[in-house]
Design a protein around this ligand. Structure first.
Ligand SMILES: Nc1nc2c(c(=O)[nH]1)N[C@H]1C(S)=C(S)[C@@H](COP(=O)(O)O)O[C@H]1N2
Ligand SMILES: [Mo]
Length: 367
């Protein structure tokens, strides 16, 4: 089959060529539980770094009792290989809808495509930290920072991408250093030779081209922890904001999206199958997905498809019998903590355009 840049599918939607960013067409996205690698979305803030696997080393330092410097072979041979199926979602998923409410300059206008699901394999972060002498008793209030090898330019400075998670999360068994994606070695675009996978958290914490792990007292001071990927109130603005007032994003919120139809699509009258994905953050699961064809006046329960894995999205489907006319399809989900999605997009607007989980609406016409 013909492939495009970075071995992506011919129908892959490139949102930015340099650095390379894009996602799959929604219709293909919602079709399979595991997203094929050539359709898996790519979010990179800088160019893909060239990494020489033979001289590659992962450094582990900071508040550890033993510093480590590990080659890829040492990582593969000295630690147990574990498999984790997990969905990654960028905090900027669905920013396009927020941009329609009020402009959000300098950010990527993601549709519903900044999300994908893969079968990852690698080693547990906690197994590596244990060899460095970090045990669970140490977790209280500590953080684990991940440093990447890629360089980014922001505010006239060049620096490497990084971010952190609470050490307590880092010691959970689902957090891995992955060298495999969908049964093959990680590709350059997805972080080869090694990346973190932090299931349940925003994609930004799953650091690609991982070079350094630092156990420390505070969250990372990297730009992508301290400025970007913070959630601000709807009235905050970039030029006046106090960056410290934003919430550093970690766990994802509950969301659901229609993938089978696009805005103003014409469908044949009769039975239509509405399909999409739903995702709960932080190890919660999707309890229910409601779908409406009348803008949220009445709802029906969608049929759910998932593998009872809390780190995986749930695919869903609902059938509607439509007479000729105009309809607004709407979806909203509820997670196992009974969190649900806000009705109105203006309630979730923020100037960086993160975490849009408002009810997802798609207008269609049946003929
Ligand atoms: N080193 C590095 N890691 C990174 C990024 C990056 O730009 N550089 N982008 C992050 C963001 S914002 C997301 S959403 C995910 C996307 O992972 P993917 O490109 O494999 O889909 O990678 C994260 N890890
Ligand atoms: Mo992201």
């Amino acid at each position: 089959m013909t492939k495009t840049l970075f071995d992506k599918h011919v129908d892959f939607g490139v949102r930015q060529a340099n650095p390379f960013n894009g996602g799959p067409p929604p219709r293909l996205l919602g079709q399979s539980h595991i997203t094929p690698t050539d359709l898996f979305f790519v979010r990179s803030h800088g160019d893909v770094p060239e990494v020489d696997v033979d001289s590659y080393r992962l450094e582990v330092n900071g508040r550890v009792s033993r510093h480590l410097s590990l080659s890829l072979d040492e990582i593969k041979n000295n630690f147990e290989r574990v498999a984790v199926n997990a969905t990654l979602q960028c905090a900027g998923n669905r920013r396009e809808e927020l941009m329609a409410v009020q402009p959000i300059p300098h950010e990527l206008p993601w549709g519903v495509d900044a999300i994908s699901h893969a079968a990852w394999a690698g080693v547990r972060l906690r197994d590596v930290l244990a060899v460095a002498g970090v045990e669970s008793e140490a977790a209280l209030n500590l953080h684990v920072e991940f440093g990447g090898l890629d360089e980014v330019e922001r505010l006239n400075k060049r620096f490497r991408y990084g971010g952190s998670i609470p050490l307590a999360k880092g010691l959970s068994p689902e957090v891995i250093l992955a060298y495999e994606m969908n049964g093959e070695a990680l590709t350059p675009a997805h972080g080869s030779p090694l990346r973190t996978i932090v299931p349940g958290f925003i994609g930004a914490r799953s650091v690609k081209w991982l070079e350094r792990i630092t156990v420390q007292d505070e969250p990372s001071h990297n730009y992508f922890q301290r400025k970007a990927y913070r959630l601000f109130a709807s009235n905050a603005r970039a030029d006046t904001v106090n960056w410290d007032n934003g919430m550093m994003l970690g766990e994802m919120n509950v969301t659901s999206v229609i993938c089978s139809h696009t805005e103003d699509e014409r469908v044949g009258a009769g039975m239509i199958a509405v399909q999409g994905y739903a995702l709960a953050g932080g190890g919660r699961e999707i309890a229910r997905v409601d779908v409406s064809s009348d803008g949220g006046e009445s709802w029906m329960h969608a049929e759910l498809f998932n593998d009872t894995n809390p780190w995986a999205w749930t695919l869903w489907k609902a059938n509607f019998e439509l007479e000729p006319g105009r309809y607004q399809l709407v979806v909203r989900a509820m997670d196992t903590s009974a969190n649900t999605q806000p009705q109105d997009i203006s309630q979730v607007w923020n100037f960086k355009g993160y975490m849009n989980n408002a009810w997802h609406r798609v207008n269609v016409e049946a003929r």
